[in-house]
Design a binder for this molecule. Sequence first.
Ligand code: FDA
Length: 394
Amino acid sequence: MSNNASHYDAIVLGAGGAGLMCASVAAQRGRRVLLIDHADQAGKKILISGGGRCNFTNIDTAPDRYLSANPHFAKSALSRYTPADFIALVDRHRIAWHEKTLGQLFCDGSARQIVHMLMEECAKGAVRISLGRPIREVDHADGRFTIRYGDETATAAALVMATGGPSIPKMGATGFAYDLARRFGLKVVEPRPALVPLTLGGDEILFRELSGVAADVVARCGKAAFREAALFTHRGLSGPAILQISSYWRHGEEIGIDFLPSCGRNWLLEAKRARPRSHFHTIVGEALPARLAEALTKKLGLWGELANMPDLKLGEAERRLGDWRFSPNGTEGFAKAEVTAGGISTAELSSQTMEAKTVPGLYAIGEGVDVTGWLGGYNFQWAWASGWAAGQVL
Ligand code: FDA
């Protein structure tokens, strides 16, 4: 141990949502806390989140809205620090907010307010914050962690890994937490991009001409289904429904899209009876953007009047429009993924405290852990809740 080292009760690596929450909670409990980030600014992902307004929680938060190899793991932390707790904090800081849709809460003003709030909470507990200096070395001996960062050295009995996942590397995101966890013998569930646009190749390349078209759909993969907007892009598909389903999708699997979720059973046959002279693409175009209706009509090969189409064919068209199968050839990867699924295995951690079972004093919180929320404020709620859980016991 260096003689010039500074000593703390806890060192938190990563000043994102989880690290800021954890550091402030522990420090306000009287712990001496050092928070280190290689970025020159804390909470960079918070600043760009929710289109600059930060979708900071979701009032419908529930454990079944998180993906993990162990779906029970997140229950404890999520139930002990709830959306209501975070809203109370936001209210104490007089930050105005609103519900946009589907339980998603956003700042009325700016995401900066959330970062400012968390920094103020850290200041209340006199957290020492080091920004813009790289972590050069992490050692562990005799129950103490020693961190060399920039040209300084610090030691503590507790070390919290809160450096997130590798999504959006150009913002400074890294797989540092995984490397560190592996060094301590902890397993890592294969990280993969999640909440990410899907790319299309082969036959589906035809859909690229629809770039810019959006539609309200139900996207399905396995048992997961999301009704929200899908957006055609020049590379494939995006939009909330697709981002949501991407977290469940694995290479080689099919995605099913219901393009007409509001149409009842036999709606095409009923349309044929009611308006036999109408053209197929006109009828479909009443429920969908015209360009999409045309592309689907082209794919189904159903040009002409409904009256000339056998019921069997219309029944088959209805089935296909209600469950259009795509085989994405990939995703847009970590460069475009809003989060990383997988991560430090929950089997290695206490769900109460986030402490590693085999390395006393080592903790993992936030996105680096194998817990991934749906789109819509769920990932920040996990960052707050897991950060709070660790902050209680440091
Ligand atoms: P986070 O990534 O926030 O923080 C990790 C910190 O560690 C960073 O400050 C980073 O600089 C630092 N770090 C990384 N490697 C390091 C290293 N080697 N050395 C030192 N420091 C290192 N979620 C949500 O709920 N609502 C929303 O509105 C959005 N919107 C959104 C938009 C976009 C564009 C993205 C990319 C993501 C979102 N998210 C979101 C997801 C959300 O941002 C994410 O889940 C949380 O920020 C995760 O918080 P963490 O603190 O775990 O990691």
